[in-house]
Design a binder for this molecule. Sequence first.
Ligand code: NAD
Length: 493
Amino acid sequence: MTADSATGPTTYEDLLAAVSVPADPTGTTAREVRDPATGEVIGHAPVQTVDDLERDIAAARTAQPAWAARPDSERCDLLLKAADAVEAAAEPLAALLSREQGKPLNGPNARFEVGACQAWTRTAATTVLEPEVLVDDGETYATLSYKPIGVVGAIGPWNWPMMISVWQLAPSLRMGNTVVLKPSANTTLSVLALVHVLNQVLPEGVLTVIAGDRQVGRLIPTHPGIDKIMFTGSTATGKKIAEGAASTVKRLTLELGGNDAGIVLEDAFGTDTSDPEVVAANDKVAADIFWGAFINTGQTCAALKRLYVPDAIYDVVCESLTRVAGQMPMGVGLEEQNVLGPLQNRNQFDIVDDLVKKAVDSGARVLCGADPDYDAPGFFYPTTLIADIDPDNPLVTEEQFGPALPIIRYSTLDEALHEANRLNVGLGSSVWSSDRATAREVAERVEAGTVWINAHGAVDPRVPFGGIKASGYGLEFGVEGLKHVALPHVING
Ligand code: NAD
């Protein structure tokens, strides 16, 4: 179908019918997909095999030379049209994402994610990457340009399944690679639906989805038909992928787990809480901190996962955050008023529940939440704020990946920086202050791929993003992101 005739599925039902497969009680060819908010079966995801993977990789290899041979402007044009197709199908895509992943339509959730898919695709198509003249001194003339790598294997997680797929596929396609995507088994239909829409515009074989489980995923790192892996997921899996990729010296981008710190400075909150204007200003900052932590109900790689607050404003910050948290409805994703949803799966619910129990057992103070209804349908864990917690408590030192934020007290800035930097992860982080220059000075001392000022997790398609330490390596987004899905090519002389 050409771009001009691509109208996109018009309803949720059409989109679901396009990607869901017939039920298979044996689980051999299909897996039940349940809404994490209600437990209701919403469809069936295909379970593909190693043979399917071989077929997809072969098709991607066949399609790649012709895709790479197209002028860059043509690939960009097709990507822009693909973004338009996503825009046309935005509502059904958001509904399917909400039902499979659990995230509400509203807030920084399903509609936001589908919007981000468009933004990142358009930016990948419009970012300028010119060959660079490195040296031109009369004797030496050295240039650096970027060539396609070949076939990119993209492996993704279940928290932002559509957006992270686009982060991987859009720059890869732009640079003349073809892509085989392996989504998480928890959110296969969402990725199939997104690719179904993109493929109304893209040529055949350029972008395929292999809906396999870990067994299929495990073959991708060692497969000689894959030239580069874009992986987003846990540090544990990232290590296995790096080991597997070593045998073929595959290029890798690893976006792994994090445990992002936020450091609040003393001037970020006013202390005269008898003044309503001070309270309102405090609550505005608290709302930004809240969404830094609770975006996608905390299931976000670069969410704020531990908050360091100085003694002088500790109580004010706790009060303000608790007030803000109380105003954020949690519930079934398709109900328009909700901005927080369930955990996506039982395993993640258990991880959050276990970490909060450990915090409560240690004597930490519960400001709100920590009281899940274990008998209710769905994997809902209430919005939880925990104060006066020991910096060594597992809720602080391990990645909770859910709606529970520990608030740790500090006395000196050196102490806060020491605590923020001492873990072996470094994806994002943030500094909160009314003075940008001071905040930037503190940010220089924070060990993380990105330090946001007065925001957290505010990714931008124009600005490179990537982790340090065990949070991975390689960069995505912007010009740097394009370079990471291409082969550098130097001509000297
Ligand atoms: P996961 O590592 O369990 O799975 C990620 C993907 O890897 C899935 O598609 C899975 O099927 C596949 N996989 C599992 N074992 C594999 C293997 N041996 N070989 C190849 N593929 C394999 O992660 P998850 O539970 O889906 O996601 C949550 C984690 O991802 C969290 O730690 C979170 O911080 C991290 N994450 C990081 C980023 C980032 O940008 N850095 C973004 C989102 C999530």
